[in-house]
Design a protein around this ligand. Structure first.
Ligand code: NI
Length: 133
């Protein structure tokens, strides 16, 4: 995509904050950090406005809890139109890590994620909210 240049005026303390943000997050330069922050804001807005978005639901649970797996599978079938892929990793003897890639209306993805994460027996769950483009 064609890059356009523009000048930005910032107070000294804001510029210092930007520069430490660049260093802390290992951005190669200020432009990349500003690009990241703008996109982050736009993606957050898409989720707030219930637009078409994408994401990943990450779950860690004990695979001995069979009831949990049944409930999780039932939910995944209920929301199957939104599920792009499911990756299951056996972390160790007891624990499984599941990554469910999803795409659809933000509110529905949040709903599915909340239902999965709140299942009894889930050790940890997180919804990564991103965008389709
Ligand atoms: Ni497993």
């Amino acid at each position: 995509m064609l890059l356009k240049r523009f000048g930005v005026s910032l107070e000294e303390n804001l510029l210092k904050a930007l520069d430490s943000y660049v260093i802390k997050n290992q951005f190669p330069n200020r432009s990349q950090a500003i690009r990241f922050l703008i996109n982050k804001n736009l993606v957050e807005k898409k989720w707030e406005e219930n637009r078409e978005v994408a994401g990943a639901i990450v779950l860690v649970y004990d695979h001995h809890k069979r009831d949990l797996q049944n409930k999780s599978t039932d939910l995944q079938h209920e929301y199957h139109q939104m599920i792009l892929s499911v990756q299951h990793i056996h972390l160790d003897h007891n624990n499984c890590l599941e990554t469910i890639a999803v795409r659809g209306k933000a509110r529905m993805l949040k709903e599915l994620s909340d239902k999965l994460i709140s299942l009894k027996g889930i050790h940890h769950g997180k919804l990564v909210m991103t965008t389709t483009g």
